[in-house]
Design a protein. Structure first.
Length: 184
């Protein structure tokens, strides 16, 4: 892929996608690669579930990077069910990784915050992830690494914006959506 050419699987065979390709060909090629990437990430996550603390990573990341949050906001931010977040938060609080404090704007609710121990654990998780990604990116040129980060950032921003402007992706005719995932 470093030569700028992407191959997308189509019913009639393999089509080469270049910089001159039509928009629909580029979209199809990107869709194929997103599905493949999603499956690889799912396999990576499945392997990580066997690691100690796998359930903590997402919530600690949101609190360490995003600051104090109510449980309902944390669940929405992490795209998790509130009951799941409540169970995980209870465990994090019991282990001293997260603390609760009254919400100054609404004393009936509480804000969750990562403790020093929670932030340290999050940094440990981040270092593990970064080391694994560094091993993957090591053979890439510095320009390819920079391009990947720039383009992934742009794609994420555009997808996040689209998520906020179109609430239900299944409403888009022609989209093949199953449980929130684009399928091939």
């Amino acid at each position: 892929m470093s030569n700028g050419t992407v191959h997308a699987c189509e019913s009639a065979g393999i089509t080469e996608i270049t910089a001159e390709s039509r928009l629909d060909e580029a979209a199809a090629g990107l869709g194929t690669e997103i599905v493949r990437f999603t499956r690889l990430i799912a396999a990576w996550k499945q392997r990580a579930k066997n690691d100690a603390g796998a359930a903590d990573r997402v919530l600690l990341a949101r609190l360490a990077c995003g600051g104090d949050q109510r449980a309902t906001d944390l669940a929405a931010d992490a795209f998790l069910d509130l009951s799941t977040v409540s169970r995980q938060v209870r465990s994090l609080v019991e282990r001293g990784l997260v603390a609760r404090r009254p919400d100054p704007e609404d004393r009936r609710g509480s804000l969750l915050t990562a403790t020093e121990a929670g932030r340290a654990r999050f940094e440990q998780y981040r270092r593990q992830r970064d080391a694994e990604l560094a091993a993957i990116l090591e053979p890439w040129s510095p320009q390819d690494r920079a391009d990947l980060i720039r383009l992934m950032g742009r794609l994420n921003e555009d997808m996040a914006e689209r998520q906020h402007t179109r609430p239900d992706p299944a409403e888009d005719q022609g989209a093949d959506v199953e449980q929130g995932e684009i399928r091939t």
